[in-house]
Write a protein of this length. Structure first.
Length: 312
């Protein structure tokens, strides 16, 4: 299998790693192994533990496992990061860097059989690994209200009710089993003036919503961030690359709350300080964005945001 994934903001990630000491690293979203490979090749690494829920990650890890005795991959969800460390007898170690590259990899998107993309026709699946849910079940079995809620909450799609109504109407005529079928249904629901004025495909937000719901991505992220603090060394860094606003909001809020920064529970109420002890120092006051040169080479990087915080 060809490795199609290009690690986003790799140079920016590398800039946070030291050249003058040995480090322990967790690559919590191994994907095609771009971050892990670069770190093993360019830094002094005691231990690099990689995690990925997608079974195909094992294919891309074989070369690194053969070349580096200090590298290992665990095929599991990163929300179990603490258990993974414990089960691999690394509990006595503290990690200096924990890196998250969220969302889907090109290896998933460009494989039509996975059903992530509206550009390549394939079965409606969208599972990143083995799971209880898949997109075909949701699209064909969930009621209109449930569908609209998923599409609105996880895709921030303003036409969620119209799309949900059209999905239910269409599936009564014919079972929706292909990504192209769902994409065509969605496209009919978006006014043409909105389609022409936007750079993104009309089905983007709905496909994002289904993918996030199928893989429970937001809860996975919340859980993993909290657990990461427990296994991170003092002065260690959490680095998170996100690709859409829901993920970025979770990361931003987590960093703010754990740093003791004042925050608003609502714009109608005054700012509230967190009562918990300060555990993080925010390193990136504003998210780091990819350079124009990187976006030109890899258009999928255009929405990426990198946030970094340090354990204190």
């Amino acid at each position: 299998m060809n490795n199609l994934h290009k690690p986003v903001m790799l140079n920016e990630i590398k800039s946070f790693l030291p050249n003058d000491k040995s480090i322990n690293v967790i690559d919590a979203t191994f994907g095609g192994g771009g971050y892990s490979k670069a770190i093993l090749e360019n830094f002094s690494v005691n231990q690099l533990l990689a995690i990925d829920r997608d079974p195909i990650a094992k294919i891309f890890a074989k070369d690194l496992e053969g070349r580096y005795h200090n590298f290992s991959l665990v095929n599991d969800r990163f929300s179990r990061i603490d258990k993974i460390v414990e089960q691999n007898k690394l509990k006595e170690k503290k990690f200096d860097f924990i890196i998250f590259d969220l969302g889907t990899s090109s290896n998933q998107i460009d494989n039509y059989e996975r059903g992530f993309s509206f550009n390549n026709d394939g079965p409606l699946d969208m599972r990143m690994g083995l799971g209880d849910k898949n997109a075909i079940e949701i699209v064909n079995k969930y009621n209109e209200k449930e569908l609209a809620k998923i599409i609105y909450e996880y895709g921030e799609e303003r036409y969620s009710r119209i799309i949900a109504r059209e999905i239910v109407k269409s599936r009564k005529i014919q079972y929706i089993s292909k990504t192209s079928e769902l994409s065509n249904i969605i496209k009919k629901c978006i006014p043409k003036k909105n389609q022409y004025n936007k750079k993104i495909h009309p089905a983007t937000k709905t496909f994002q919503a289904l993918r996030i719901y199928v893989n429970d991505e937001l809860n996975e992220l919340k859980s993993s961030l909290d657990k990461s603090l427990k296994i991170l060394n003092t002065n260690g860094l959490i680095l998170v690359v996100s690709f859409q606003s829901l993920e970025d909001r979770i990361v931003k809020d987590f960093f703010n709350h754990k740093s003791g920064k004042r925050w608003r529970s609502s714009r109608h109420y005054p700012e509230l300080p967190d009562k918990l002890a300060t555990q993080l120092k925010i390193i990136t006051k504003k998210p780091i964005l990819p350079k124009a040169s990187e976006i030109l080479k890899n258009p999928r990087s255009r929405s990426a945001k990198l946030r970094v915080a340090q354990k204190i």
